[in-house]
Structures are given as structure tokens and as C-alpha cells.
Design a protein around this ligand. Structure first.
Ligand code: ZN
Length: 115
């Protein structure tokens, strides 16, 4: 019989970083499950956005003209995604913290700020 877990992606050892909320090792909870929260930092061309806002303003500021601005804008927004490392959240923290708290801690960790 084939192992159903064998086909799933595996984490590397260095990806088993402590919980981003409590800083404890992941298996210290005694429960062998935890969450991983990937974050993506995204950058866009600010001039392309200004161009679209300018077109919408020129047409009276009606947000319904946004699709037209998209068509007539000369610049591509050029979205650039920078893959930041994922963070781990132990099962205990996932059960007691709000999504906003976990996300804030994840942002702090990815930006290298002290928690
Ligand atoms: Zn935790």
C-alpha cells in the first residue's frame, strides 16, 4: 500500500523555525501540527497608478471609469512580487490569537523588526 503522505511537499529542516508569535519550538506544544503563513511583498509602478488616477480624475472622478483608465493608460503597472520567507505559527497560538495579531507578527518577522 502506498503512503498517502509520500506525495505531499516536504519542508526543509531550516524551515522549521520557531513560532512567530510565542517563539517556542514548533513541537513544544506536544501536537505535531502547525501552520505556515507565506507572505508576499508586492511592488507596483507608482507612476502607472498615478496615470490611472489622473485619467479617472479627468473623466470626472467617477470610479466606474476605472476599467476605461486601464484600457487607455500607457504604462503597465508592472507588479513585482518579492517572495518573503514563510513564518510558522504553532497550534496553540493559532487557537488563541486573532488573524490580525498573527499577521502583524508575521510582518514584523519578515521585515526584521523586533516583536
Ligand atoms: Zn506559538
Amino acid at each position: 500500500m502506498e503512503d498517502p503522505l509520500a506525495a505531499l511537499p516536504k519542508l526543509k529542516g531550516e524551515e522549521l523555525t520557531p513560532c512567530v508569535c510565542c517563539q517556542k519550538q514548533l513541537l513544544s506544544t506536544g501536537f505535531p501540527l502547525f501552520y505556515r503563513a507565506p507572505l508576499q511583498r508586492v511592488g507596483i509602478d507608482a507612476n502607472a497608478i498615478r496615470e490611472r488616477v489622473g485619467l479617472i480624475s479627468m473623466w470626472g472622478g467617477d470610479p466606474r471609469t476605472a476599467p476605461l483608465a486601464e484600457i487607455f493608460a500607457a504604462r503597465d503597472p508592472g507588479i513585482v512580487m518579492d517572495q518573503s520567507p514563510a513564518v510558522n505559527v504553532c497550534i496553540d497560538c493559532a487557537q488563541v490569537h486573532t488573524f490580525e495579531t498573527i499577521y502583524f507578527r508575521a510582518l514584523e518577522a519578515c521585515e526584521g523588526r523586533a516583536a
